[in-house]
Design a protein around this ligand. Sequence first.
Ligand SMILES: Cc1ncc(COP(=O)(O)O)c(C=O)c1O
Length: 392
Amino acid sequence: MTSIPQDTSGEPNPLRALTLDRLRRRTSMKWRTYPEDVLPVWVAEMDVPLAEPVVRAVTDALALGDTGYPAGTAYAEALAGFAEKRWGWDGLAVERTRIVPDVMLGVVEMLRLVTGAGDAVVVNPPVYPPFFQFVEHMERRVVEAPLGADLRIDLGALEEAFRRAVEGGRWAAYLLCSPHNPTGTVHTADELAAVAALAERYGVRVVADEIHAPVVAAGANFVPYLSVPGAESGLSLMSASKAWNLAGLKAALAVAGPASAADLARLPEEVGHGPSHVGVIAHTAALHDGTGWLDALLAGLDDNRRLLADLLAEHLPAIGYRPAEATYLAWLDCRALGLGDDPAGVFLERGRVAVSPGIDFGTGGVGHVRLNLATSPEVIAEAVRRMGVALG
Ligand SMILES: Cc1ncc(COP(=O)(O)O)c(C=O)c1O
């Protein structure tokens, strides 16, 4: 029988710090969307206490009444320092950054800078559902370039999508998810350079959502899109929000390459009214002082990926799962279970466990579910048990 691994590291694993009773006191989306008898392992919120440097920075700000409007470049400086230490990338120029309210609103603003109404935005399904919703809400057309069977970018499909996107001489953008949600795919430097070359050839502008960048497993290498040759005209969105669980403390950064600086400079002043000053303080502290906490989280996630693989192999071997190199999301192929297009609905109804329905992620999502691994090993074991109950 699979046993839950013991915590042996020096830095405490934040995924083991909170009990379910305590988590159920939370009022956020993860905990309040379903009734109390449902175990929530869906939306990308983490079951962790905040990193101590973040708590201290926010508490100090509140004690001081430092709750006005954001100013300065501390967040961008902290991100530039993090990028250099973590990814060996020294090309993040603070003067080519702007604070935006969050990553998705940043994506919308970047797409507005480089496309017009009716233009196409290429995405790689299965992909984070708001990529469809936000793009359509802003009157752009989604053009799909599905991932290959290996869950990696299919350059042939991408080229075909670029060709369709620019038909009639229209502007077009490519919304790259790096690392990729829900598959956890970490794109290689070669893949990203090939993307940049294709984008250049077709005149497609690349907007990279790099929100999951700090959440990369040991042994995998995140490559910032703007660091690859040929990506100078790209735009990137980064944030501490996924890696440090700060979604409720709104702040993210838009980053321009050397050839897109003039585009970013056209970002309307009003956009700067969205981010929260306290959010900026929290995100800055995370990037600046929160790397010890992040490393403990990453070690805990490695354990959780292994645990899930073992539990599935033992109890639900018909589910396909390849532990990913990044994100805290597990993409589960449930097609062999015979539960139809939406196994998440069956797991919820019969097993009282909430996972994200794969169908929401577009082409390639049918028969799949996404499970959030950013929780305790006990919750993962209970989630698998409940999935088994749903199968009867
Ligand atoms: C790929 C991706 N982009 C954006 C977001 C949302 O980020 P934000 O809350 O900063 O808009 C998420 C959240 O899970 C995500 O997975």
